[in-house]
Write a protein that binds this ligand. Structure first.
Ligand code: ZN
Length: 313
């Protein structure tokens, strides 16, 4: 009897551990996307909404900063800069996303690294106040270099500066949903606003399932995933639903540091084309996977694309 109880306990616990899925949440383009659409108070309040929901779920987050965004009409804007303190006050971490978000496909290595370094002095000072330091680097547009020489020089530079590259596995079109959301918020049409939000969560769930499948195909298991989203109005309002969706799918939220302990992140990446893609896609292409390996990837719905376009016009 004792033995069978022990066996039952063993089976239950091993089953639970087998189901443990982990995701690290990373949020780009801090302090906030399209700040000009909102008053300072609105942006402060939206940031608080976003961070409070994350904090309530004990979700560790690394936020990636572009300090060019704290300048308004060329002038340093302290109110915008102080948005970053909201992240640190809640215990979240900040990383370097370059000063002005250049596209590495179109700028030289020298210009690119000077943009990385332009982001450092103010961030270093701010982080030091919170007994933290700059550790992670996230490539704008997820571009690591569109030829081997550029990619290798950047890797060597980041390594030399003790930066850890922040990969992304669950890449997605959240930024298009966010542009659509900003455009419908202005209409105050609650029906369409919640339609965009609800479609966003359903889309993100389909993306999550797609990348779980790709992970299983490449590694025979679900790797520690890294999610990329942005600091925007959409997530200020829908982060709760997004976190719930991950929990419903068996995920616990972990820091980037914990996620990156997964050995999958040592996989070779020899993708040198222009695309900004998931690391899972990079690894698959490096391993010579053909077109059908990528079949079934969820796409952004047409009506969301249209709403997003209206906003950018
Ligand atoms: Zn970005």
């Amino acid at each position: 009897m004792k033995y069978s109880l022990f066996l039952l306990f063993f089976l239950i616990t091993s089953c639970l551990f087998a189901q443990q899925k982990m995701v690290a949440i990373t949020i780009d383009d801090l302090p906030f996307v399209r700040m000009n659409l909102y008053s300072s108070n609105e942006v402060i309040q939206k940031t608080d909404q976003l961070l409070t929901a994350l904090s309530n779920q004990n979700a560790p987050v690394t936020g990636f900063v572009n300090l060019s965004k704290v300048y308004s009409s060329g002038e340093f804007d302290l109110t915008r800069f102080n948005l970053l303190r909201q992240w640190l006050d809640k215990g979240f971490d900040l990383g370097n996303h370059t000063f002005s978000h250049p596209n590495y496909n179109y700028v030289s290595y020298t210009d690119y690294i000077s943009d990385i370094e332009k982001n450092e002095p103010m961030l270093n000072t701010l982080l030091a106040e919170y007994h933290k330091s700059l550790t992670y680097f996230r490539h704008p547009y997820l571009h690591r270099g569109n030829n081997k020489a550029k990619a290798d020089s950047l890797i060597a530079y980041l390594h030399h500066k003790n930066y850890i590259e922040a990969p992304v596995t669950i890449d997605n079109a959240e930024w298009i949903f966010a542009a659509a959301y900003d455009s419908v918020l202005k209409t105050r049409d609650t029906k369409i606003i919640s339609m965009v939000g609800d479609t966003y969560i359903a889309y993100m769930e389909s993306k999550l399932k797609y990348y779980e499948q790709q992970s299983a195909r490449l590694f025979g298991r679900n790797i520690n995933q890294v999610l990329l989203i942005h600091a925007n109005s959409l997530n200020a309002d829908y982060i709760g639903g997004l976190l719930q969706m991950f929990t419903r799918n068996g995920y616990s939220f972990v820091s980037l540091e914990t996620a990156l302990k997964d050995k999958c992140y040592q996989t070779e990446d020899h993708f040198y084309k222009n695309g900004g893609i998931s690391w899972l896609d990079r690894w698959a292409i490096t391993q010579g996977k053909g077109r059908d390996f990528f079949a079934g990837e969820p796409v952004c719905p047409e009506f969301i694309m249209k709403l997003a376009r209206v906003d950018s016009e």
